[in-house]
Design a protein around this ligand. Structure first.
Ligand SMILES: Nc1ncnc2c1ncn2[C@@H]1O[C@H](COP(=O)(O)OP(=O)(O)OP(=O)(O)O)[C@@H](O)[C@H]1O
Ligand SMILES: [Mg+2]
Length: 273
């Protein structure tokens, strides 16, 4: 497959948001390329996401599972951080808390400086529509919808107008190398292709934070490597920040930073390159 050019920005005029923004195609065309020009590092900027003393206990019969124990983590804009750790070390728990899918039993999560752990459910829904998106191991595509329709879902939820939506979906499918598979349904695509559709969908609303939970877990190693390289390139192209939970050692090659969870605690932080 042909990988997209990492430096190629998607249509920078695309602006996610409610229709009241009223951005017409003409207006959008003269908007500054805000996303493409986002800095890739964050010296001096507040973190995109920050966990402070984050803890999550699960009751388990008469005892308690301490899935996370006081995790501190700050991730800068444009970083690709890999969270590794053995099965049960707390990777999924951490990602779910960072994205507002779950609530901690201790500590705080701040997304772009805003505390999310005390948000109402409706605010968390809005956060997941506009700011944070997820890629899962099992792809999570809607089976009766085509690749293009799956990518379109977040844009429909944001009530983006039809023309902008179509263009954005086309651009995204091109970005992940599936421009010619737009009409295929998930069962007509390979696992790697389905994951590429899922990545395109996760990027549709121009999230500031992409959380991927073992995105290569169901793929063979070669396809997994392709997906990781693709993630690396789309993170650059879209100016998004990504946190990827993985067992996959190949991920270390593409990450800016690797953090390791052991029994719910962050063990070490090392620059991958
Ligand atoms: N809903 C739950 N109820 C009780 N215990 C849970 C629940 N979810 C997770 N746990 C426990 O919390 C710990 C961390 O689980 P988590 O799923 O975060 O690990 P993980 O690192 O993602 O593992 P894997 O690599 O297998 O996906 C595990 O001991 C798990 O059994
Ligand atoms: Mg997990």
């Amino acid at each position: 497959m042909s990988l997209p050019d990492p430096g190629r920005p998607l249509d920078p005029s695309f602006t996610p948001g409610p229709p009241q923004l009223g951005i017409t195609d003409t207006e959008a065309a003269v908007q500054p390329a805000a996303v493409a020009s986002r800095p890739s590092t964050a010296s001096g900027e507040p973190p995109i996401v920050e966990a402070v003393g984050l803890g999550r206990d699960y009751p388990s019969g008469d005892s308690v599972v301490h899935a996370l124990r006081g995790v501190d983590l700050a991730v800068a804009r444009g970083e690709l951080v890999c969270v590794r750790g053995r099965s049960g070390s707390g990777k999924t728990t951490l990602l779910n808390l960072l994205g507002g899918l779950d609530r901690p039993t201790a500590g705080q999560v701040r997304v772009e400086g805003v505390e999310i752990t005390t948000m109402r459910e409706s605010q968390l829904v809005d956060l997941r529509r506009r700011t944070v998106s997820f890629v899962f191991q099992g792809f999570g595509l809607v089976p009766i919808l085509s690749a293009a329709e799956n990518v379109e879902i977040p844009l429909r939820l944001l009530e983006v107008d039809g023309r902008t939506r179509d263009q954005r979906v086309r651009d995204l499918l091109e970005l992940v190398g599936l421009g010619r598979r737009a009409k295929h349904r998930p069962h007509e695509l390979s696992g790697g292709e389905q994951q590429r559709v899922a990545i395109a969908r996760a990027l549709a609303n121009k999230p500031r934070l992409l959380l991927a939970d073992e995105p290569t877990g169901q793929l063979d190693s070669e396809t997994g490597h392709t997906i990781m390289t693709l993630l690396r390139s789309v993170v650059r192209a879209e100016g998004v920040t990504a946190i990827v939970a993985t067992h996959d050692p190949m991920m270390l090659d593409v990450a800016d930073r690797v953090v390791t969870l052991r029994d719910g605690s962050l063990e070490e932080q090392a620059r991958a390159s």
